[in-house]
Write a protein that binds this ligand. Structure first.
Ligand code: PMP
Ligand code: GLN
Length: 382
């Protein structure tokens, strides 16, 4: 294995899911829902398969999906993208991230990212032989905010891109308008491309509003905006993602993407187009249900003795087990499935500097109420 990939031999999600299976544990580790998306979308996928959509789709993605993606962004954020030149369908958000980084980052270029970061960012920057610069989230009441001084000092002459993930995996933080404005200011000042990972854009709670960085002044022309079907429509195995941005940046992403997978997910693309056009009410109802599940799991964790952080969106809530006498979150997660029959993931897998995050544990609540209630009972026995 090449040296730059040696730190990335196995993902924490695969490791913890394998432990969950081995111990028949309730899997609150890897972020996938335990129910499938809207029935009409599943029907549309079946119809696409029997209707002959089983060969290579067009390189940029099927036109109806590109059009549906552009229409949704116009409706939700007032951002207009040309579906022919400014939208690219990818094999999950993961390939959109990889295509953006591999298409834009020269060896030695720096990429700024928020810490904790989704693991694929670090691995992909390593694949591009880029250098990651991390900016920590810091405690703010029972939630988190960006460390603005660290943010400003992370930007410099070698900065090529910043990866911004809000709503944020793993903490469930929605970056404040002030944090977004500061990121935008730095991008403009240093002529940096923003790669925004917005896969949880619709999954926000308590009336919170998700703002897209691309809507800020000076940002649309320098932002690559990523989202996908996996989390929005409960189809993590379909691997349908997309990336939108100015045509010159999309051309760069497409150059890399066409040699990563060329194309993917043929019959699922029209099904996701159908869902974007007709199932957004399902998504809104799902976000409300997820908000309730967030509350159910958060109070169960609190009852079990954890210090629980506020999750404003996503599938996840983070909790501090130190009141239970636990200081090493990774060791705790490795023993949890055998001990009480629940799996979770340690936040230390998402950071460079484990220090402030060493104890912290992420739990996924995109599960049936029964699964959450049973997990809660088991955790109370800790
Ligand atoms: N970004 C974040 C923040 C994620 O949590 C995930 C997992 N859904 C991805 C990207 C990858 O998305 P996909 O499964 O569509 O590749
Ligand atoms: N996005 C999911 C999570 O954060 C997992 C995706 C994966 O297994 N790589 O749990």
């Amino acid at each position: 294995l090449v040296s730059r990939m040696r730190p990335f031999t196995s993902t924490i999600f695969a490791e913890m899911s394998a432990l969950a299976v081995r111990h028949d544990a309730i899997n609150l580790g890897q972020g996938f829902p335990d129910s499938d998306g809207p029935e009409s979308m599943l029907d549309a996928a079946r119809a696409a398969i029997t209707g002959g959509f089983n060969q290579y789709p067009p390189g940029p993605g099927v036109p109806e999906l590109r059009e549906a993606v552009a229409a949704q962004q116009l409706d939700d954020y007032g951002i207009a993208y040309d579906p022919d030149t400014e939208v690219l369908i990818t094999v999950g958000a993961t390939e959109a991230i990889a295509g953006a980084v591999l298409g834009l980052v020269e060896a030695g270029d720096e990429v700024v990212m928020i810490e904790p970061y989704y693991d694929a960012y670090a691995a992909t920057v390593a694949l591009a032989a880029g250098v990651r610069r991390t900016v920590p989230l810091v405690r703010d009441g029972d939630g988190f905010r960006l460390d603005r001084d660290a943010l400003a000092s992370a930007f410099g002459p070698r900065t090529r891109a910043v990866i911004v993930n809000s709503p944020h995996n793993p903490t469930g933080t929605i970056l404040s308008d002030d944090d977004l404005a500061e990121i935008a200011r730095l991008c403009v000042e240093h002529d940096v491309v923003a790669i925004t990972d917005e896969v949880y854009e619709h999954l926000v709670f308590d009336g919170a509003v998700h703002r897209s960085l691309a809507t800020l002044p000076g940002m649309k022309e320098r932002t690559l905006r990523i989202s996908g079907a996996a989390k929005t429509f409960h189809v993590t195995g379909w691997k349908v993602g997309w990336i939108s941005g100015p045509a010159d940046l999309i051309r760069a992403v497409r150059a890399a993407k066409q040699y990563l997978t060329y194309v993917g997910s043929g019959p699922f693309q029209p099904a996701v187009a159908h869902a974007l056009r007709t199932d957004m009410d399902w998504v809104r109802a799902d976000a409300e249900a997820l908000g309730r599940k967030r509350t159910l799991l958060s109070s169960a964790l609190s009852d079990a003795g954890f210090d629980v952080h506020r999750s404003q969106g996503t599938y996840f809530v983070c909790a501090d087990p130190r009141p239970l006498g636990v200081v090493d979150g990774a060791a705790f997660c490795r023993e949890l499935p055998a001990r009480v029959g629940v799996a979770a993931v340690p936040v230390s897998a998402f950071v460079d500097d484990a220090g402030p995050w060493r104890h912290m544990v992420r739990f996924a609540f995109a599960k049936s109420d029964d699964a959450i209630t049973e997990a809660a009972d088991r955790l109370r026995s800790l």
